[in-house]
Design a protein around this ligand. Sequence first.
Ligand code: PMV
Length: 344
Amino acid sequence: MQPARATAVAHPNIALAKYWGKLEGGHNLPAVPSLSVTLAGMATRTTVEVAPGLAADELVLGGKAAAEGERARASRLCDLVWPGGLEAAASGAGAADPAAARPRVRILSHNDFPTAAGLASSASAFAALAVAADAALGAGRARAELSDIARRVSASAGRSLYGGFVELPAAREGEPSARVLPAVEVAPADHWALAVVVGVTTEARKEVGSTEGMLHTARTSPYYPAWVASAPAVCRRVRAAVLARDIAALGEACEESALAMHAAAIAARPGIVYWNGATVDLMAAVRGLRREGLAAYFTIDAGPHVKVVCEQASVATVETRLASVPGCLRTIAARPGPGARVEP
Ligand code: PMV
């Protein structure tokens, strides 16, 4: 018999309203709502092959055996996809682990974009894995369940299950049903001809990962409570601006969200500064474009790259201006794209 095998494709996403901070008590539940755009043009392609003869799951990333930590995260995601796995995790049941019966899998994954480009490769990676594992294991899960599963491994991955503009609500405290938290589509990819232009400022990997950075911020930054209190209103403004296709309102809220997130991280003890000199110069260049009348706004994730949000008609002008900033190594332009899917 041929082994069950499936390949899925997923795209990275950029948060226009940032997620930064988790609720206490596990389940990887976000403390604030976030809203992102899924980006076409860059993809993770992942094949899952059921391999009952293996003693342990195997994970090969870009042709190389993955580190143990990465392999364990991929295995956990497959455990959640397996029938009963998500349900046991969500209820917190300590009884027999349904995933104990899951056959082992071989996972081959490849990104067609550089992992140090500041585009969250974990988002596309875990979204592609959720869809491929579901198909290969014959789990037949609904999209919202796969989003919830991916969110448990990397919150931003829950958003890449969907295309276009996608919101991941903040978690509610309390009863077990509050532990179920999928992302939701706000508007499809063709809703708005928006673009994101990345100004790449280093080829190095980031020093402080997002999970570590947000836990440290939550534990030590006196600005963290202010961030959590102010983020929902900013996210609502981002959502309203996306629905109204209002670039100025979107851009202002988007910059505010990114700067507030970084302010909270910078105020931690010791402060986490994700920026380098070129990051600051690129922010100034984007504001310079605005003074000249071009609607361009920046956002920055847990790294030194600057992502510029503008309309597709402005991409060439934005790319030229970013490229003129010393320390901007190259630019990558992307537009809204589809959600994760099985490749026929
Ligand atoms: O989901 P994670 O753990 O990769 O964290 C993502 C954090 C940010 O990229 C900084 C913000 C976001 O909402 O994507």
